[in-house]
Unconditional design. Structure first.
Ligand SMILES: *Cc1c(COP(=O)(O)O)cnc(C)c1O
Length: 372
């Protein structure tokens, strides 16, 4: 979990009311399809426990994480909803699946067998969802081998095969391929049903699936699995609200003279007779990549100012031109959030929004607002 207090004036603001509205927007988009809210990587840097609890109040009762550790963190902090771990768990962690009442993802028959052995030893039953690879080329059982494998897995003692799921590699740009994936997954469940083997749950839609592939939340699918849309990243016409903003306060303002330079490698050279430089107390150790050095912009009192010179580990500089106007040391600065979108900020450093969210480091405290 993140610190909530810090002696440095750099912080991330998380708007939980926007998060909850985004969940409602997704529900109305899919006609009320229940969410398996993806809160892996500490809810994409937003703080998984706070996010899960806010969503629970909105009626969400199923979460997905990447690792066993992430699932345990949720349980130990009072999240009681269902939790699906999207990846495999090492042998030495398997007992915790039972202790913490988790839902496991089966990626192969051999993995299912080890889970079954554990379940027998524990004298308990384990809920599992089988991951089918319909075209991601990553984890899971190949779709064309699924019928045999599912039969095998169903016959294993101690496992309750509750669901099957799959994942889109490019639901945003490749509609035909995504629809083929939907057909592949649907067919597997349908054939099992015809063979008298009912699989209760079935899901494939990530955020882009929800927006671009309506068949991915059709009646054959019981859930959708959004991540990034909950956190408000999308084009504005989708009606999603930004949840995360990165803010700081100016620690020093000073005038530099013509030909003087700013920061490491002296890449920024002052051209005017006088230029005011504001120093911001955040840098690449906080998640502002040096790949965007000299390309970022920040917002101060509603106006954009260019970031200049190399981003340092703990500082970066902004040019206030030849007139600092009514800007002072201590004035608040938005690095991204409401006036300047996280997507735009990500673009400046050639990163994807996911990377920026997950990359805001632990030393930046998260401040929460919009709680009920
Ligand atoms: C991360 C992830 C998601 C959520 O993806 P978004 O693009 O953030 O909506 C869904 N399913 C799986 C398997 C994932 O790994």
């Amino acid at each position: 979990m993140f610190a909530t207090e810090s002696f440095r004036p750099t912080w991330v603001e998380i708007d939980l009311s926007s998060l909850r509205k985004n969940a409602q927007t997704l529900l109305s988009r899919t006609g009320g399809k229940p969410l398996i809210a993806v809160v892996k990587a500490d809810a994409y840097g937003h703080g998984a426990v706070r996010v899960a609890k806010a969503l629970e109040k909105e009626g969400v009762n199923f979460f997905a994480v990447a690792t066993l550790d992430e699932a345990i963190e949720l349980r130990e902090n009072g999240v009681n909803s269902d939790i699906l771990i999207l990846g495999p768990v090492e042998e030495r962690g398997m007992d915790s699946l039972f202790t913490y009442r988790l839902v496991a993802t089966v990626i192969s028959s051999s993995y299912a067998k080890s889970l079954s052995e554990k379940a027998k030893k524990q004298g308990q039953s384990l809920r599992v969802h089988v991951k089918i690879d319909t075209g991601m080329g990553r984890l899971g059982i190949r779709y064309d081998e699924a019928p045999e494998r599912l039969e095998e897995i169903m016959s294993l003692e101690g496992l309750f095969l509750e669901g099957i799921f799959s994942h889109f590699p490019s639901a945003d740009v490749d509609r035909d391929f995504s629809e083929e994936q939907v057909r592949r997954l649907k067919k597997i469940r349908e054939n099992m049903r015809l063979a008298g083997k009912k699989i209760s749950l079935c899901h494939i839609a990530n955020s882009e699936g929800i927006w671009n592939i309506p068949s991915s939340f059709g009646e054959e699918f019981t859930h959708v699995r959004p991540g990034i849309s909950l956190y408000g990243v999308a084009s504005s016409e989708r009606g999603l609200l930004p949840v995360m903003s990165l803010r700081t306060k100016i620690v020093q303002i000073k005038p530099l003279r013509k030909k003087e330079t700013v920061s490491y490698l002296r890449q920024y050279v002052v051209q005017k007779e006088r230029e005011y430089i504001a120093v911001l107390p955040l840098g690449y150790a906080d998640g502002v990549s040096t790949c965007g050095s000299g390309k970022y912009e920040v917002v101060i009192k509603g106006r954009r100012y260019p970031q200049v010179g190399r981003v340092c580990m703990d500082y970066m500089m902004v040019s206030l031109d030849d007139n600092p106007d009514h800007i002072e040391e201590g004035t608040e600065v938005e690095v991204f959030g409401s006036f300047l979108s996280l997507q735009e900020f990500a673009h400046k450093s050639s990163r994807i929004p996911y990377e920026v969210m997950c990359g805001v480091s632990k030393r930046v405290p998260r401040w929460y607002k919009g709680e009920e």
